[in-house]
Design a protein around this ligand. Structure first.
Ligand code: F6R
Length: 364
């Protein structure tokens, strides 16, 4: 059943190109996003005042990527919230807004409660869900099913990837609907998304390099993940994955925040995983890497292929395959998953069933 893989998690990492294909193909028509089967209409979409994206854990991290790209491309304000926080803070959501909840299982109690609250407030609701007929899917006004296939590993990988792929299509659709992107531009981006499964495949080929990086991390008590912009959104997911299965503490930090307190943690005992995929920000991130390196940190850098980095700035450099920088999260997520996976494997942990966790969290 694991198809020759040592764990479901590894199998599911390898399934990502196919999962993405299955998820995006039904929503693309002539190289343009097309959600007509789901019943959402671009004219309505463009009139929302605010978009709220609410979810838990990894699904919330997919929402973080969604926020960056929807705001950047469609110029609409997006708030991302943790479902258990959103539901108890008397949120400002109203009839003018769209609520997007993201859930692999479709059964997460807090996410479901946040959805119900949004409906009571009169907002339109959309659920991005992997499990057919689940509670969240039944309750939302609009449902966009992701087609990751069953995810067995408690640590989510392919579900995150397909959630992000839908975030892109929504960003493209919205940017086109409200005139921030013309048809040619929208179709150019949609085509690039259609090509992403092959790039993910190339990223999976970095497996042995990631395994080597993992072998250098297994004795750490704590790690720091740093990045800026989309790379920061991604670093949150990298950090969660590592904690969840390797049991090594880690934190993700916006690289620019290091100086405001966290850099005091840096010693030779604190490895840093830096992500630099965004050209306009990489120079800044590199200077942050130099700061942690000069304080003794062991640095693993995950970078876009053209990044020019002097020898010795990072201990291990994992160069990603080429993709448009806006789509880089779908590529850079892969080495983060593989590093977490191999760190857990090398520590002898039960990778698919990490201690204290359940696949679906149906109580708050
Ligand atoms: C982490 C993980 C969890 C889930 C979270 C939400 O690897 O899997 O953080 O993402 O419990 O679950 P769903 O998506 O089912 O609502």
């Amino acid at each position: 059943e694991k198809g020759g893989y040592a764990h479901f998690m590894l199998k599911e990492i390898h399934e990502q190109p196919d999962s993405v294909k299955r998820t995006i193909m039904p929503r693309i028509m002539d190289d343009m996003p097309d959600f007509s089967a789901e019943g959402f209409n671009p004219d309505k979409l463009k009139n929302y005042k605010n978009i709220y994206i609410v979810a838990c854990g990894t699904a919330m991290h997919a929402g973080m990527v969604g926020k960056y790209i929807i705001e950047k491309m469609a110029r609409v304000s997006v708030t991302v919230d943790i479902a258990s926080e959103f539901r108890y803070r008397d949120p400002l959501i109203s009839e003018d807004d769209l609520m997007i909840v993201i859930s692999q299982s479709g059964e997460t109690a807090d996410t479901k409660a946040a959805l119900e609250l949004a409906k009571q407030a009169g907002a339109d609701t959309m659920a991005i869900v992997n499990v057919k007929g689940s509670s969240i899917a039944r309750e939302a006004d609009m449902v966009v099913y992701t087609h990751a296939g069953p995810e067995i590993s408690v640590a989510s990988t392919k579900a995150y990837m397909v959630q992000i792929s839908i975030m892109y299509l929504i960003a493209f659709e919205l940017a086109y609907a409200n005139g921030k992107m013309d048809e040619a531009e929208c179709s150019r981006y949609t085509k690039m998304l259609e090509e992403i499964p092959e790039v993910i495949e190339e990223a999976i080929a970095l497996e042995s390099k990631c395994q080597f990086a993992a072998s250098k991390l297994i004795n750490a008590d704590s790690l720091l993940y740093i990045g800026r912009g989309l790379d920061y959104a991604l670093s949150m997911e990298g950090s969660l994955k590592l904690k969840e299965i390797s049991y090594i503490h880690s934190e993700s930090y916006a690289a620019g925040e290091l100086k405001h307190g966290t850099i005091s943690l840096i010693t030779e005992q604190m490895p840093v995983i830096a992500i630099a995929t965004q050209k306009n920000l990489e120079e800044k991130t590199i200077s942050n890497i130099k700061e942690v390196k000069s304080r003794g940190a062991f640095v693993v850098l995950i970078a876009e292929p053209e990044l020019d980095i002097e020898d010795g700035v990072a201990d291990i450099v994992i160069k990603l395959p080429q993709a448009d920088q806006l789509l880089m999260p779908m590529v850079a997520a892969v080495p983060l998953q593989l590093i977490a996976y191999y760190t857990a494997v090398l520590k002898g942990n039960d990778v698919d069933k990490p201690r204290n966790l359940a696949k679906s969290v149906t109580v708050e």
